[in-house]
Design a binder for this molecule. Structure first.
Ligand SMILES: Nc1ncnc2c1ncn2[C@@H]1O[C@H](COP(=O)(O)OP(=O)(O)OP(=O)(O)O)[C@@H](O)[C@H]1O
Length: 338
């Protein structure tokens, strides 16, 4: 396996290094590889957006990184080095010691993640007690502090999840993730259950907190436009693989992979030129039997004959990486010569 490229990171210290991560679901028809060899490095304090259509493996990758997969899913290969330690090889006990303290996870729906029969304050207290022996007064003070950080009046420590609005519940989840000011927060579509206005305001708040507290974020969404203003780098996933990775601005300005271009064309631009939204015809493949060659070739508007045969790697295109044979160094030099 080739060494993962780290050229896209700044000089900042590396917090997370994912090497050739593979996740399989065991099914009656054999294994389905939902994450097929992802390489990624994340610097301290960096905000990475992960985008792609439904079923491309974004959540599975996130859960694979956080070691939160449950059967039938298992990590079938690769390493997740968090501050130099491989989470994949860690015991459940060591992982539990890291969770909340060093990294935390915010799920799609706080209604499912929060316990409906306990008050918010009780749930914060349980999370703290699992990791620290703080006196009652410190638990109360910290719980109130993190709620205030996300713009919720601390009186709501007494509230039960159903007594809060959807936006407040998501904020409460983020507050809980901040209890120990971790170095990394992974977020799986934390705004998807909210209306557009609440979505933007929560995004802005996450970004503000991130700047203030310095944690890194991996933010999964299927909405390109949502992360456009907030993420430093963007990872585009298709059929379990990274198909493009680069600075968010660079990917938006000149997407190097036809799939990224298709995703961008599927969302309206607020300030850009008015154009017809085209999107991408067809649907992501069944990962039990992914297409030969380039996994995107059956839907690709610029596919060449060899795309159904030759397997593309991630190639460097200016400052981004793209998994497309159009950018294979040999193909590019032939084009230049002719
Ligand atoms: N329980 C399961 N058994 C078999 N395959 C599964 C199972 N759950 C997910 N998969 C496979 O894993 C793939 C990736 O799913 P995943 O939920 O990670 O995608 P996603 O990009 O996060 O989608 P979404 O945006 O809808 O959450 C799916 O295409 C599906 O084929």
């Amino acid at each position: 396996m080739s060494e993962p490229m780290t050229v896209l990171n700044s000089d900042r210290e590396i917090l997370l290094e994912v090497r050739d991560l593979r996740v399989e679901y065991a099914t009656q028809n054999g294994p389905v590889e939902a994450v097929a060899g992802v390489d990624l490095t994340l610097a301290k304090g960096e905000f990475l957006g992960v985008v792609g259509e439904s079923g491309c493996g974004k959540s599975t990758m996130l859960f694979g990184i956080a070691q939160l997969l449950n059967p039938p899913a298992t990590v079938s290969g690769g390493e997740v080095l968090f501050k130099g330690e491989n989470l994949v090889a860690m015991t459940a006990k060591s992982l539990n010691a890291l969770r909340w303290r060093d990294f935390s996870v915010v799920m799609q729906s706080a209604m499912n993640a929060l316990n409906p029969v306990h008050s918010i304050g009780r749930q914060f207290k349980d999370a703290i007690k699992a990791h620290a022996r703080w006196p009652e007064s410190q638990i109360k003070a910290r719980s109130a502090e993190v709620l205030e950080l996300v713009g919720i009046d601390p009186v709501h420590l007494k509230s039960f999840p159903h007594q809060l609005s959807g936006g407040m519940r998501q904020r409460a989840m983020i507050a809980m993730a901040l209890l120990f000011t971790p170095d990394l927060i992974v977020m799986d579509e934390p705004t998807s259950a909210l209306d557009v206005v609440a979505q933007r305001s929560l995004m802005a708040q996450i970004k503000e907190l991130q700047k203030q507290l310095g944690f890194a974020v991996i933010f999964v969404t299927h909405d390109m436009s949502l992360v456009s203003h907030f993420s430093d780098r963007l990872m585009v996933m298709y059929a379990g693989q990274v198909v493009e990775l680069g600075g968010t601005r660079a990917v938006f300005d000149a997407p190097a992979h036809p799939y990224s271009r298709g995703l961008l064309d599927a969302f309206p631009s607020i300030r850009g030129e008015v154009k017809r939204l085209t999107g991408i015809p067809g649907a992501p493949p069944n990962l039990g039997r992914p297409p030969s060659g380039c996994r995107f070739h059956p839907r690709c508007p610029v596919a060449m004959e060899r795309c159904s045969v030759d397997v593309p790697e991630l190639y460097l295109v200016d400052s981004v990486q793209a998994r497309c044979l159009l950018h294979e160094p040999a193909a590019v030099s032939v084009e230049v010569e002719s």
